[in-house]
Design a protein around this ligand. Structure first.
Ligand code: NAD
Ligand code: ZN
Length: 342
C-alpha cells in the first residue's frame, strides 16, 4: 500500500510502498479516506529537535483521519466492515490507576498514532477496537477526518462553564478557531480571539467571533473597553503556545477567571504568578481529548448543527502531499485535507 513515511532522519516525507498492516484479534483494519495535516506532522516533516528526539525512523505518520472498516479481529463484536470511523490518536495502557478508573485521557503511558506507532497517512491503518469512534453514516467525511483536532477544541472549550460568559481565545490556528462555534453553541456572550495573522483573523470572523484582533495592534484592555466589560474575561482558552499571549490573557481575566491551556510553548516561559494568586485564577492544562466523552460531544455538536466546515480551506490528493505541507507552513490556511480516495 502507499504510505507517507518519515523514511530518513532529515527534513521531508517520502511516499512509499509499504506492507499492509496485519491485525490482531482485538484490532480493526480501516481503509483510509481523508486525513488532516496537524502541526505535529509539520514538526515531523521539518525534523525539528522534538521530532528528532521522538520519532523512530522509518515511521508512517499522521493521526487525523476518517475511513471505512474493512476487516475486524475475531474478538471484535461492536464494529463491522462498512462502518465509517475515526481513531483516537492516543493508545492508552489500560492498566494504570487512571485507565482503570475510567480516566483514560490521563494515562501516563500513551502511545501516539503516527508518532510512536504506524499512522494514518496510508491506504490502510490497523488500530485496537478500544481506539475506534464510529460516525453517523451521513456525516460530512472531511469533518469526520478532523475529529482529532476538533476534539482538542471541544475538550478545551468545554473545560469550564461558558454559559453567559465572556471568552478570550489567544491563537486563531485551526483549533482556536474551532472553539468559537463550540462556545457560541454552549451559550457564551462575547467571544474574542487574537492572532497576528490577518488571514486567520478573517476566518475567525467568518466562524462567529464577536471580535478578532491582532494583539500587536490592539491591546486586550482596549477590547475590554470596546465591549464594555466590567472587569475582564471570565474564561480564557490559550491556543497559541505563545508566552506574550498567555501573559496578556492572565492580565485581562476577571477575579475568579478560568483559563484552559492547550497551546504548547516551545520553551519555558516566565509568568507573574502574583496575578494568578491575587486574582484567584484557575489554570488547567489540556492534553488530547477525553475518551470518549469528548468524542460523544463532538458527534452530538455536529448533529445539532454546529458547523466547522469553513475551517477546511485546502484539499489535495495524497500524492500532492508536498503542496499540502507547503500550504500548512505558509500559515495561510485553516485545516488542510489529504484525499486518499483518488
Ligand atoms: P497553530 O500553530 O496553527 O496556531 C497557533 C496560532 O497562534 C497561529 O495562528 C499563530 O499566528 C498564533 N499566535 C502566535 N503568536 C500569537 C500571539 N502573541 N497572540 C495570539 N496568537 C498568536 O496551531 P493549532 O493546530 O491551531 O494548535 C494550537 C496550539 O495547540 C498549538 O500550540 C499546538 O501545538 C497545540 N496543541 C496542543 C495539543 C494538546 O493536546 N495539548 C494538541 C494539538 C495542538
Ligand atoms: Zn494507562
Amino acid at each position: 500500500m502507499k504510505a507517507l513515511v518519515k523514511a530518513h532522519a532529515k527534513s521531508g516525507l517520502w511516499l512509499q510502498d509499504v506492507p499492509e498492516p496485519a491485525i490482531g484479534i482485538n484490532d480493526v483494519l480501516i481503509r483510509v479516506r481523508y486525513t488532516g495535516i496537524c502541526g505535529t506532522d509539520v514538526h515531523i516533516y521539518n525534523w525539528d529537535e522534538w521530532a528528532q528526539r521522538t520519532i523512530p525512523v522509518p515511521m508512517t505518520i499522521g493521526h487525523e483521519f476518517v475511513g471505512e472498516i474493512v476487516e475486524v479481529g475475531s474478538n471484535v463484536n461492536d464494529f463491522n466492515p462498512g462502518d465509517i470511523v475515526s481513531g483516537e490518536g492516543h493508545v492508552v495502557c489500560g492498566r494504570c490507576r487512571n485507565c482503570l478508573a475510567g480516566r483514560r485521557h490521563l494515562c501516563a503511558a500513551t502511545s501516539g498514532v503516527g508518532v510512536n506507532r504506524p499512522g494514518a497517512f496510508a491506504e490502510f491503518i490497523a488500530l485496537p477496537m478500544t481506539n475506534i469512534w464510529r460516525h453517523h453514516p451521513d456525516i460530512n467525511q472531511e469533518v469526520a477526518a478532523i475529529f482529532d483536532p476538533f476534539g482538542n477544541a471541544v475538550h478545551t472549550a468545554l473545560s469550564f462553564d461558558v454559559l453567559a460568559e465572556d471568552v478570550l481565545i489567544t491563537g486563531a490556528g485551526p483549533i482556536g478557531i474551532m472553539c468559537i462555534p463550540v462556545v457560541r453553541h454552549a451559550g457564551a456572550r462575547h467571544v474574542v480571539i487574537t492572532d497576528p495573522n490577518p488571514y486567520r483573523l478573517e476566518l475567525a470572523r467568518k466562524m462567529g467571533a464577536t471580535l478578532a484582533v491582532n494583539p500587536m495592534e490592539t491591546p486586550i484592555a482596549e477590547v475590554q473597553k470596546q465591549l464594555g466589560l466590567q472587569e475582564g474575561f471570565d474564561v480564557g482558552l490559550e491556543m497559541s503556545g505563545n508566552a506574550a499571549a498567555l501573559r496578556e490573557m492572565i492580565s485581562n481575566m476577571s477575579h475568579g477567571g478560568k483559563i484552559a491551556i492547550l497551546g504548547i510553548p516551545s520553551q519555558e516561559m516566565p509568568l507573574d504568578l502574583r496575578q494568578v494568586v491575587f486574582n484567584m485564577l484557575t489554570i488547567k492544562g489540556i492534553y488530547g481529548r477525553e475518551m470518549y466523552e469528548t468524542w460523544y460531544k463532538m458527534s452530538v455538536l455536529i448533529e445539532s448543527g454546529v458547523d466547522i466546515t469553513p475551517i477546511i480551506t485546502h484539499r489535495y490528493s495524497y500524492s500532492d502531499f508536498e503542496q499540502g505541507f507547503q500550504a500548512m507552513m505558509s500559515g495561510m490556511t485553516g485545516k488542510v485535507i489529504l484525499d486518499w480516495t483518488s
